[in-house]
Design a protein around this ligand. Structure first.
Ligand code: ZN
Ligand code: ZN
Length: 236
């Protein structure tokens, strides 16, 4: 199913399924299908059949995962988790201790399409697989120029801010291919009173919140409750 980004009116189509009959009982599986058209299941567009008979025979099996594909809106997802990703950027790049990391590094978030994992209405269209800090240099290999961001950062730094941080969202999928989306965060000031090491376990927290294991409103409470660095050092 297409991934869309409603924030910029982008629509990315899935590629079509391979020309193989989905039915396990298909008599022509080993001999090829002649010149017959391999029609797609009109409901899900994810599988093909060489004949109506094959489609009928496979239906008891196929109906378990055949669904009208949902629209996967990455723009809406990014907007919803904007504060979370911003926080992850600050923690992941350790900006409170080394603000200059914003110039050399970025945050990489790998996403999986939820419709590939489960059937029915998913609680969120994307699942975070992993989130990590990567050197900016790696982003150049996907053709992203750093210059505009450096320029913006210099301006922000001149005005007493931290800079412009980059979050890279990476959705890799057999049908839709690899999709990158970028999110820029202008960081004027860091949250007060949070000097010290990065929040321990920030990656786990980001995943848990975005994947629906922790309600968003609980995050702020968790962060307020986390032990200060001195307490943590004392308990070791
Ligand atoms: Zn067939
Ligand atoms: Zn189907």
């Amino acid at each position: 199913m297409p991934i869309i980004d409603s924030s910029i009116n982008l629509r990315i189509k899935d590629s079509k399924p391979p020309k193989v009959c989905q039915s396990l009982e298909c008599p022509d599986y080993h001999t090829g299908y002649g010149n017959r058209k391999m029609k797609m299941c009109s409901r899900c567009n994810v599988v093909r059949y060489c004949s109506n008979t094959c489609q009928r025979e496979d239906w008891p099996e196929h109906k378990l995962f055949c669904q009208i594909p949902p629209l996967l809106d990455i723009g809406e997802w990014m907007e919803m988790y904007d504060p979370l990703l911003r926080w992850a950027l600050i923690e992941g790049l350790n900006l409170r201790n080394e603000p200059s990391n914003i110039l050399s590094d970025a945050l990489l978030v790998r996403l999986t399409r939820m419709d590939r994992i489960m059937v029915g209405v998913a609680p969120t269209p994307f699942l975070i697989d992993s989130v990590c800090r990567i050197p900016w240099a790696k982003m150049q290999s996907i053709g992203l120029s750093q210059e505009p961001r450096l320029k913006a950062s210099r301006k922000i730094i001149e005005d007493g801010g931290v800079g412009q941080g980059l979050v890279v969202l990476w959705i890799s999928d057999q049908l839709s291919g690899t999709i990158f989306r970028f999110q820029y965060h202008t960081i004027q000031a860091l949250p007060p009173g949070e000097k010290g090491a990065s929040c321990p376990g920030w990656q786990k927290i980001v995943k848990a919140v975005a994947n629906g294991e922790i309600p968003v409103d609980l995050l702020s409470r968790m962060l307020e409750d986390r032990p200060s660095d001195s307490e943590e050092a004392a308990s070791i």
